[in-house]
Design a protein. Structure first.
Length: 444
C-alpha cells in the first residue's frame, strides 16, 4: 500500500516512527498529482516550496518535535490565504494575487507538521454550488468524470476522493463542506461559526456565516483535523438519539433513491440500537434560497465596481448575481436579514428539542460537470438552489454539521447523511459520527 492511501493519522504515525520520510511522501504526492489531476482539475496551483516544506518537517522531527500531522500533504481551497502562493478565488480579477500571510487555519496545519501541496480549485468567489467557473475551468468528480463534485469546494473534495491528498481545507457558506463530500463519498464538517478563525482573508460576500472546514476520507481524520484546527476533541456517546427528517421540514422533493437510502439508513441505525425519532421542524414557509439576496448584495458591494469596468472577466453566473445585487433595495436586503434570523431561531429551537438532527445531505446525487445545478430532481424541474435545500439553514444558525457517506444510488453514485448539532457541540457531533460511521459501511 502506498503511504498516500493511508489515513492522515496513520500516515503521520508512520512518519513519526521513521517508516517513511516527508521527502518520500512529497515526491510521491507530486507524482500522483501529475498523474491524476489533469483528468479532474482539482488543483489550480502547485506550491513550488512543497519539497522544502518536507525538509523542514524532517528537521523539526529530528529536533524532537511531536507533530500530529507530520508529513501529511494537504490542499487549501483557492479562497483561503497561503503565504506567498497565488490565491485567486477562482476569478480572473485576482489572477495575480499573492497572499501576504497564512490564514490562521493554514498556520495551525503547518504547525502540526502538514505540508501544503498547493491550492484547490473553487468556484468564482466561492459563490456557486458547482466548481466550473471559466477561469479555473471545470473540476470533475473522480467517481465519474462526466459529473461534477458540486461546489464551491469542488477541488478540495475531488483531490481527496482521487487519492492525491488525504486531507484538504474547504469553506462553507451554504453547504460547500457537506454537499461536495456527499457527491464523492467523503466526510466533510462545517464547524460552529467562528470556532476556527476565518482570516486573514478576502472580503466575504456574506459575513457571519462562512467557515473553514476539513474534508477527509473518514471521520478519524476529521477528528484529528478538528483537534489541530480548533482544539476540539471527539466525545463518543454511550447512547445516541437522532431526530430524522427526510426533507428537513422544507417540503423539497428528493430523488427516490435518496429517499429510499435515507429510510434504509434510519432502519439500519435503529436495528443497531440508535434511538431514531422524528424531527419536527416548522420553517414557517421560508426556503433555503430565500436568503440569497444577502449573497447577491454582498458580491455586488465587493465587486460591483470591477464588474462595471471589466464585465468580460467574470463568470456569467456571478455577473448575474452582481447585477441582481445592484438592483436590490435596502428593504429587500433587510427582509433577507430577517429570514436569516428566522432560520437561526427555528433551527436552534429544533436542536434544543431534538439534540442531533439527521437529514439527507442533498436531495440528489451529482450531476453533469458543465451544469451549475441539476435540471431536474425526482423528475421535476429543479430551481438553481434546490440541490442545496438542506444545508444553508445550518450556516445561518451558526451551528455545526457534517456529512457522512451512507451508500449509493442505484447507479453507484455516492449519497450522504447530514448530522446537525447545537452550537458548540462539535466534539459531541464528531463522536456521534464516529459511532455511526461503521454502521453505514455496508448500506447499498
Amino acid at each position: 500500500m502506498s503511504a498516500l492511501d493511508l489515513s492522515a493519522r496513520d500516515l503521520a504515525a508512520a512518519v513519526r516512527r521513521g517508516d517513511v520520510t516527508p521527502a518520500a511522501i512529497a515526491a510521491e504526492t507530486l507524482a500522483r498529482a501529475a498523474d491524476r489531476n489533469p483528468a479532474i482539475n482539482a488543483i489550480c496551483f502547485l506550491n513550488p516550496g512543497f519539497e522544502a516544506e518536507a525538509d523542514h518537517v524532517a528537521q523539526r522531527l529530528g529536533a524532537g518535535e511531536d507533530l500530529p500531522l507530520a508529513g501529511v500533504p494537504v490542499l487549501i481551497k483557492d479562497n483561503i490565504w497561503v503565504k506567498g502562493l497565488r490565491i485567486s478565488q477562482g476569478s480572473r480579477l485576482f489572477a495575480d494575487h499573492i497572499a501576504p500571510e497564512d490564514a490562521e487555519a493554514v498556520r495551525r496545519l503547518r504547525a502540526a507538521g502538514a505540508m501544503v501541496l498547493g491550492i484547490a480549485t473553487c468556484a468564482e468567489f466561492a459563490c456557486k454550488g458547482a466548481t466550473n467557473s471559466p477561469y479555473p475551468g471545470i473540476t470533475r468528480n473522480p467517481v465519474n468524470p462526466l459529473l461534477g463534485p458540486g461546489g464551491s469546494s469542488g477541488g478540495s473534495v475531488a483531490a481527496v476522493a482521487a487519492g492525491i491528498v488525504p486531507l484538504a481545507l474547504g469553506t462553507d457558506a451554504g453547504g460547500s463542506s457537506r454537499r461536495p463530500p456527499a457527491h464523492t463519498g467523503l466526510c466533510g464538517m462545517k464547524p460552529t461559526y467562528d470556532l476556527i478563525p476565518y482570516g486573514p482573508s478576502f472580503v466575504e460576500p456574506v459575513w457571519g456565516i462562512s467557515v473553514i472546514c476539513p474534508i477527509a476520507r473518514d471521520m478519524g481524520d476529521i477528528a484529528l483535523a478538528m483537534e489541530v484546527l480548533a482544539g476540539v476533541r471527539a466525545e463518543v456517546p454511550s447512547t445516541l438519539t437522532l431526530a430524522a427528517s427526510p426533507d428537513f421540514g422544507t417540503g423539497q422533493v428528493v430523488e427516490p433513491d435518496v429517499a429510499d437510502n435515507f429510510a434504509d439508513v434510519m432502519q439500519v441505525l435503529a436495528k443497531a440500537g440508535i434511538d431514531v425519532q422524528t424531527a419536527a421542524i416548522d420553517w414557517g414557509g421560508i426556503k433555503g434560497h430565500d436568503i440569497l439576496p444577502l449573497q447577491f448584495a454582498g458580491v455586488a458591494q465587493a465587486y460591483g465596481d470591477a464588474w462595471r469596468a471589466t464585465p468580460e472577466i467574470f463568470d456569467p453566473m456571478i455577473a448575474k448575481q452582481i447585477e441582481t445585487g445592484l438592483a436590490l433595495t435596502g428593504v429587500e436586503v433587510a427582509a433577507a436579514h430577517q429570514i436569516s434570523h428566522r432560520m437561526r431561531v427555528v433551527l436552534r429551537d429544533a436542536l434544543d428539542r431534538h439534540g442531533i438532527i439527521a437529514t439527507p445531505t442533498t436531495p440528489c446525487p451529482a450531476w453533469l460537470a458543465e451544469l451549475s445545478a441539476p435540471e431536474t430532481i425526482a423528475g421535476l424541474p429543479a430551481g438553481p438552489r434546490d440541490h442545496a435545500a438542506f444545508t444553508p439553514q445550518v450556516n445561518h444558525a451558526g451551528v455545526p454539521a457534517l456529512s457522512l457517506p451512507c451508500g449509493t444510488d442505484r447507479t453507484g453514485l455516492p449519497l450522504g447523511l447530514q448530522l446537525i448539532a447545537g452550537a458548540g457541540c462539535d466534539g459531541a457531533l464528531i463522536g456521534a459520527a464516529q459511532l455511526l460511521e461503521p454502521l453505514l459501511k455496508d448500506i447499498a
